[in-house]
Write a protein that binds this ligand. Structure first.
Ligand code: CA
Ligand code: CA
Ligand code: CA
Ligand code: CA
Length: 471
């Protein structure tokens, strides 16, 4: 399984706490007072302190705290933060199909206290679970029972104490109304063993599957986006004595994301969903706690070119209620287009919750291809900053635009005014982001999904860690 070989060299002090990383593409040594580490011949080697310091001085990298890009230059955003950038999953030139990452989630799936990543690779028909990433990021490929997984959500659906994996299996990446979509539960039967169980099939292409106790009866139910093509639906699957009974929330195609949360603070779960295709709408399904929902539009775009690409739930202003981050930047079905027009149309906004489930729209940034967003306090000043990725399709972008604005940091001034700066040059196809827990410092992972050919610069999964050098 060398195609999932992890290309990171994780450093640890003698307490086992990770404190730096290097990648094989980087010439370098990382040191601390207990010694150092260097990547050689596909292995991470420990060096005694004296040798480590000598080597570090020789290559000019002695624990400077400054990250390096694969080309050896420091990765530094214009506002002064440096980022280490480490390849966790590299391009695999030997694979029979080009490997593309549709989704990544940070999760301690096996509950051993060590970080893991769940990576959906639909073109390869599998998930890759990177386990124990605090130590060595041991990869486990899961393909049995899967068609084209696009999202995975760890949850203990059968309540046996071991986290299972709920998979949205789109079945076909190309547009079709064929009943190729499925929701598959990988039931965990051992530390690394899973048994696939189909919860929903014979439906259109499935783009999301999430869990929540939607009828408040003590067991986890499932929300699924049957994206489809010309037809589709948002549904929830009621868990009933180990079986899952389908209930339709809305019979419309184009559902990308749907997340359960308590929008109005009345103690029961509501659902925020995004419908793309021709609706281009953010919809709230307000629950009554017994499994009935009433639907209301929170936002409707004026043009189908708007290209809603996702939502993310977070309490952005930290006032105790859950707000909704909204990205629009999908243009798969909008070519030929003028990129300048889309650059003014696409971007990032947030819907501010007043606590009762009433939402106000605030624009944050317009930029072409906005796709994935996560909130993270990058500068340790107590407010939530934002990370944004944009898909920069080389087929329609001038060369100067392709790689320069694919990954943004938006610094919060404390009043939810955001100042955007590009994080690093280079990645132009980052379709998915997730943040690491606070204990790992300000850090995030980024998965790449090239829209055209997969070139030598392609990295399937990268880890970015901020170095708080400006404080
Ligand atoms: Ca339930
Ligand atoms: Ca509620
Ligand atoms: Ca809030
Ligand atoms: Ca901040």
């Amino acid at each position: 399984m060398d195609h999932t070989r992890v290309e990171a060299c994780l450093l640890q002090d003698h307490h086992g706490k990770r404190n730096a990383q290097i990648s094989p593409g980087t010439r370098g040594v990382r040191t601390d007072r207990y010694g150092g580490h260097v990547w050689r011949s596909g292995r991470c080697l420990h060096l005694p302190p004296a040798l480590a310091v000598a080597l570090a001085v020789a290559v000019g990298l002695a624990a400077s705290g400054c990250g390096d890009r694969p080309d050896g230059r420091p990765g530094r955003d214009q506002s002064g933060s440096a980022w280490t950038r480490v390849t966790l999953l590299e391009r695999d030139p030997d694979s029979s199909v080009p490997l593309r990452t549709a989704n990544v989630r940070v999760a301690d799936v096996d509950g051993d206290g060590s970080l893991g990543y769940l990576v959906s690779e639909p073109t390869a028909g599998r998930l890759v679970w990177l386990r124990n990433c605090d130590v060595d990021c041991d990869p486990l490929a899961l393909a049995e029972g899967l068609g084209a997984p696009v999202r995975v959500h760890p949850a203990d659906l059968d309540a046996d104490g071991a986290s299972d994996l709920l998979v949205a299996d789109i079945g076909a990446l190309a547009q079709t109304d064929a009943p190729v979509g499925r929701v598959v539960l990988l039931v965990r039967t051992g530390p690394s063993q899973f048994r696939p169980e189909v919860l929903l099939d014979e439906v259109g292409r499935v783009a999301c599957a999430e869990t929540g106790d939607l009828d408040a009866d003590g067991d986890l139910d499932v929300i699924a986006c049957i994206f489809g093509h010309r037809t589709g639906a948002l549904v929830w699957l009621e868990q009933k004595a180990g079986r899952f009974v389908r209930h339709d929330l809305r019979a419309e195609p184009g559902a990308i994301h749907a997340f359960p949360f308590d929008a109005d603070g009345d103690g029961d779960l509501d659902i925020a969903a995004v419908f793309s295709q021709n609706l281009e709408e953010i919809t709230l399904f307000r629950g009554d706690g017994a499994g009935s929902f009433t639907q209301e539009a929170l936002f409707t775009a004026e043009t189908h070119l708007y290209g809603l690409s996702g939502i993310e739930l977070t309490d952005l202003d930290q006032d105790g209620d859950v707000d909704i981050l909204v990205t629009n930047g999908d243009y798969f079905d909008a070519v030929p287009v003028d990129y300048a027009d889309l650059d003014a149309l696409h971007g990032l906004a947030w819907l501010e919750n007043d606590g009762s489930g009433q939402f106000d729209w605030h624009d944050i940034l317009r930029t072409l291809g906005a796709y994935s967003v996560r909130a993270l306090d990058v500068d340790d000043d107590g407010d939530l900053d934002l990370l944004l990725s944009a898909l920069r399709n080389e087929d329609i972008l001038p060369p100067t635009e392709r790689a320069t604005r694919g990954l943004w940091l938006l610094r919060n001034d404390g009043e939810q005014n955001f100042a955007p700066t590009p994080i690093v040059d280079g990645p132009s196809h980052i379709i998915t982001l997730d943040t690491l827990p606070e204990t790992h410092g300000p850090a995030f992972v980024a998965g790449s999904y090239p829209l055209g050919s997969v070139g030598p610069e392609h990295r399937r999964l990268e880890l970015f860690t901020a170095v708080r050098s400006n404080r």
